[in-house]
Design a protein around this ligand. Structure first.
Ligand code: CA
Length: 423
C-alpha cells in the first residue's frame, strides 16, 4: 500500500526545524483552541498548528465528499468516524496543500488564516473517550513486576503467554498533556502491619505506555479478527498511566487495579495516524507457546517507536530515567483487539486502549519507577544531588516518542504532567 503523504522526499513550504516532531510526513490530528477560537480540529507542521476548519471553509476538501462540519467539532470522534478511506484522503490532501512542489494549491497565500504558531494556542483533549482498557502486554514489565511482588522463578502467571491480560479502566480522569495532577490519597497498608492507614500516596509512579484510539465501531456480538483489527484503529498516542503503588498494593486482590490507577492518566495531544506509522512496522517477538488460532496473526504488527521518560524537578535540571521502545511489546494491538472482542464485546469510536507499561530487556529501558529503582532499593540520582525512589511533589514527568527511518522523523509531541501536593 503506497500512501502519498508518507513520501520521504516531500518538502513543505512551511519551515520545519531540524528534529521537529511534525515534518510533512507526519500530519497528526488533534484539537486546539485560542482565546478567540472555539476548540476545533487541527493538524501540525513544524512549530505550527493547522486549523482544518479554515481549510475546509476555503474549499480545499470539497471534492472529497466528506461532511466538513467534522472539522469544527471539539473532539476528533466525528472526523475519525468518517472511516479510514476518507481520513486518509484528508491527510493526503493536506500533504498536497503543504507541499513545496505542488502548484495546484495556492494555500501559502492563506497561511495567516489557517496556520497558528504553537506557542499561541492551547492543545486540548483530542478524543471524547468512551471506554478505556489497559493491557499488560510487555513481557519484560510483567516479569519484573512478578519478580518484585511474587517469585522470580514464576514471575509470569499461567495465563500470561496465552492471552493479552487487561482490565477495564476509567475514562473520566484521562487528561491531556500539561494538566496538573494532585497527589492521590487513599488507603495503604504499612509494612509489618495488618491495619490500613489513610493518607497521601508516598509511592507515586508513572507507567510508560502507548495508547490506540478506535475509529470504527462494531456491533454487540461481533468480533474483530487479528487480520481486520487495523481497520478499526485510527492512530496512536503516548500514555502515562499514573499509578499509586501503595494504594494499588492494598486494594488489588482479588479484582485488580482501582483507586491506585483511576485518579489520572495523561495522554499526548496528537493522534499519530496508522498511515503515518506504516513505514515503521517491525516484526514482534516470537510467541512461545503458540497462541490459540484467534490470536495468531501474519505480518509485521509491532512498531519501532523510540520512547523516553524524563523527570523534571521544580526549578531543577531534568533527568532521563528510561529509554524504551514500543517494538518490545509481546502482544500487539491486533491481538489485543481480537482478544477484547472475541466474546462479542462491542467497541466504539473514541475508545482508548493502552498497551501496559513498556519495559525493554535492559536496565535503563524499564518503564516505571517501580522497576527502575527496583521497588525503591536503587534510587535514581538527580542532577541536583537529590534522589528519587518515586515521584515527588513538584516533579514533572515528560514522555516522548518518535520513529525514524530514511531521514524522516515522526514524533508524538510531549506527554507531560506535573504532580502537585495532595488536596
Ligand atoms: Ca498500566
Amino acid at each position: 500500500m503506497s500512501i502519498l503523504a508518507n513520501n520521504p522526499a516531500l518538502k513543505s513550504w512551511v519551515d520545519v526545524p531540524e528534529g521537529s516532531d511534525f515534518p510533512i510526513q507526519n500530519l497528526p490530528f488533534g484539537i486546539f483552541k485560542t482565546d478567540e477560537l472555539e476548540p476545533r480540529v487541527a493538524s501540525a507542521i513544524g512549530d505550527y498548528v493547522i486549523d482544518m476548519s479554515v481549510l475546509a471553509e476555503h474549499g480545499f476538501f470539497e471534492d472529497l465528499a466528506i461532511d466538513t462540519t467534522v472539522f469544527s467539532k471539539p473532539f476528533l470522534n466525528d472526523f475519525m468516524a468518517l472511516g479510514r478511506e476518507k481520513t486518509r484522503a484528508v491527510r493526503n490532501r493536506l500533504s498536497e496543500i503543504l507541499d513545496t512542489d505542488l502548484d495546484d494549491w495556492d494555500a501559502s497565500e492563506l497561511k495567516e488564516y489557517f496556520l497558528h504558531p504553537m506557542h499561541e494556542i492551547e492543545l486540548c483533549m483530542p478524543v471524547r473517550i468512551g471506554d478505556y482498557t489497559d493491557f499488560y502486554s510487555s513481557i519484560e514489565h510483567a516479569t519484573n513486576v512478578g519478580s518484585l511482588f511474587r517469585d522470580p522463578k514464576n514471575a509470569l502467571l499461567p495465563n500470561w503467554r496465552h492471552l493479552p491480560v487487561g482490565y477495564h479502566g476509567r475514562a473520566s480522569s484521562i487528561i491531556v498533556s500539561g494538566t496538573d495532577i494532585h497527589r492521590p490519597k487513599g488507603q495503604q497498608i504499612p509494612s509489618n502491619s495488618d491495619q490500613p492507614v489513610y493518607g497521601a500516596s508516598k509511592l507515586l509512579d508513572f507507567e510508560l505506555e502507548m495508547g490506540f484510539v478506535i475509529g470504527k465501531e462494531t456491533k454487540l456480538g461481533d468480533s474483530v479478527s487479528t487480520a481486520n483489527a487495523e481497520d478499526y484503529i485510527f492512530g496512536l498516542i503516548l500514555f502515562n498511566d499514573w499509578s499509586a503503588r501503595d494504594i494499588q498494593k492494598w486494594e488489588y486482590v482479588p479484582l485488580g487495579p482501582f483507586l491506585g490507577k483511576n485518579f489520572a492518566s495523561t495522554v499526548s495531544p496528537w493522534v499519530i495516524t496508522m498511515d503515518a506509522l506504516e513505514p515503521f512496522r517491525v516484526q514482534g517477538p516470537t510467541q512461545e507457546p503458540e497462541v490459540l488460532p484467534y490470536l495468531q496473526y501474519e505480518g509485521k504488527k509491532n512498531y519501532d517507536v523510540h520512547l523516553s521518560v524524563d523527570i523534571v524537578p521544580e526549578n531543577g535540571q531534568s533527568k532521563t530515567v528510561c529509554q524504551s521502545n514500543f517494538k518490545y511489546m509481546y502482544w500487539n494491538m491486533c491481538q489485543q483487539l481480537a482478544h477484547h472482542t472475541v466474546n462479542g464485546c462491542n467497541i466504539k469510536v473514541g475508545d482508548m486502549y493502552a498497551s501496559g507499561t513498556i519495559s525493554g530487556p535492559e536496565k535503563g529501558s524499564y518503564g516505571s519507577m517501580l522497576e527502575i529503582t527496583w521497588r525503591g532499593t536503587e534510587p535514581v540520582e538527580m542532577p541536583d544531588g537529590s534522589q528519587r525512589k518515586f515521584i515527588q511533589d513538584g516533579d514533572t514527568v515528560v514522555m516522548k516518542g518518535y520513529c525514524e527511518k530514511d531521514g524522516v522523523r515522526i514524533g508524538f509531541g510531549d506527554c507531560s504532567g506535573t504532580i502537585l501536593p495532595a488536596k
